[in-house]
Unconditional design. Structure first.
Length: 389
């Protein structure tokens, strides 16, 4: 066995791209606040505006529609809360129950504040019910939010259909596209899509930068007030170096999307087939067709996902359960629960997430160490055997 660690948690964060790191380092070496009027300030401003143009060009939108943020969480909060607030205290929110916590918790908070929320049902593969969306886009809906692709199970949503329904009803539509960027074609200019959240550290930029792609006519209420640096909807000194790195990473992600997706898809399918061969009782979650090319999400009945994760980690393979862990207590995934999976089964799940840097050797290693880890995890969660120790 080699000491090389196999990193298969790219949906959580991925390696810094060398080109993005270089862009960051060269910009960070320069002084200058992009809002300052002197030469250094104007140079920083130029870098930000060139980065904005580059991101806009890569995503098929106008430069004015790129609002830089501190990441996906801020972009999601700005859209979801900002549109809900714009609709007034009676503004209803239509949301899928399988959103990332960046959206989910914002919606739950709005509900606590008195906003009515309609949770859109999802089926057993995690696909939202478009007919439900169409039937519930009433006049009082302030925002509809459905993620482009799910971060746990990888299911890709029918975004074009939902956007069209929202366009017909005149309702702002927000989509969390954090996991979609670089993995599947991402057309941010589709009619009816009002905003989309992006995060840098999922595509090779540093942590702490992202963007809200925001229709030029949309005006969410800002989350925080200050200098209004980003189109008056986002305040705070603009981080020119991170934005420069973000633009480079977005360009790489979009430029290499097709071959990266093909590469990941082959590895993903080999891993899924290998797991099912080793453990025929394993259940592959999510849509097998409309699925992120780098996502493998599997439930192993009779095993605790967290135990399995730690056993694999000890064997040099890094992956995730995909769901949140609150105060050290593993929680069953809200995504699997919404799909109708019971809490006990939901706890037995693992996510392997690939990137364009993943290799056949990574997959070989997982398949090599998995049987022993599964055997130990099953013994650890068997009450009869546990009572002997
Ligand atoms: N949305 C999704 C789907 C994500 O996977 C993540 C990160 O895990 C986020 C939002 C949050 O992005 P950030 O870490 O940039 O705040």
């Amino acid at each position: 066995m080699t000491d090389r660690r196999v990193y298969l948690d790219h949906a959580a964060t991925t390696h810094l791209s060398p080109a993005a790191a270089q862009a960051w380092a060269s910009a960070a070496a320069q002084v200058g606040n992009p809002s300052s009027l002197h030469t250094s300030g104007r140079q920083a401003r130029r870098l930000v505006e060139e980065s904005r143009e580059s991101v806009a060009d890569d995503l098929g939108v106008r430069p004015s529609e790129v609002v830089f943020t501190s990441g996906g969480t801020e972009a999601d909060n700005l859209a979801v809360k900002g549109f809900a607030w714009r609709g007034g205290s009676a503004g209803r929110v239509l949301a899928s129950p399988i959103e990332h916590h960046a959206v989910l918790d914002a919606v739950l908070w709005l509900e606590e504040q008195g906003h009515k929320v309609d949770w859109i049902p999802v089926d057993a593969l995690g696909r939202v019910d478009v007919n439900y969306v169409r039937a519930h886009l009433d006049d009082d809906v302030a925002v509809c939010t459905v993620m482009w692709a799910n971060n746990e199970i990888g299911t890709v949503q029918p975004i074009h259909q939902i956007a069209q329904a929202c366009l017909d009803a005149g309702v702002p539509f927000h989509s969390d596209a954090v996991q979609a960027l670089g993995a599947i074609p991402l057309d941010c200019a589709i009619p009816g899509l009002t905003s989309a959240a992006l995060s840098g550290h999922k595509i090779g930029a540093p942590v702490g930068v992202g963007a809200l792609i925001l229709d030029r006519d949309a005006e969410p209420v800002p989350l925080q007030h200050g200098g209004g640096q980003e189109r008056e909807v986002r305040s705070g000194t603009v981080d020119a170096a991170s934005i420069a790195a973000f633009a480079v990473a977005v360009h790489e992600a979009v430029e290499h999307q097709v071959e990266a997706a093909e590469h990941m898809r082959l590895l993903r399918d080999r891993l899924i087939d290998g797991i099912v061969d080793l453990a025929p009782e394993a259940v592959v979650n999510g849509d097998r067709v409309d699925r992120l090319p780098g996502n493998v999400h599997v439930t192993f009945p009779g095993c605790e996902g967290d135990a399995l994760l730690m056993l694999l980690d000890a064997a040099g393979v890094e992956c995730s359960t995909g769901s949140a862990c609150t105060s050290g207590i593993p929680e069953p995934s809200h995504v699997l629960l919404a799909m109708g999976v019971d809490a006990r089964t939901a706890r037995g799940s693992l996510r392997f997430s690939l990137s364009r840097t993943s290799t056949d050797a990574d997959i070989d290693r997982v398949l090599d160490v998995l049987p022993a880890a599964l055997g130990r995890a099953a013994r650890a969660s068997s009450p009869r055997l546990r009572s002997r120790v």
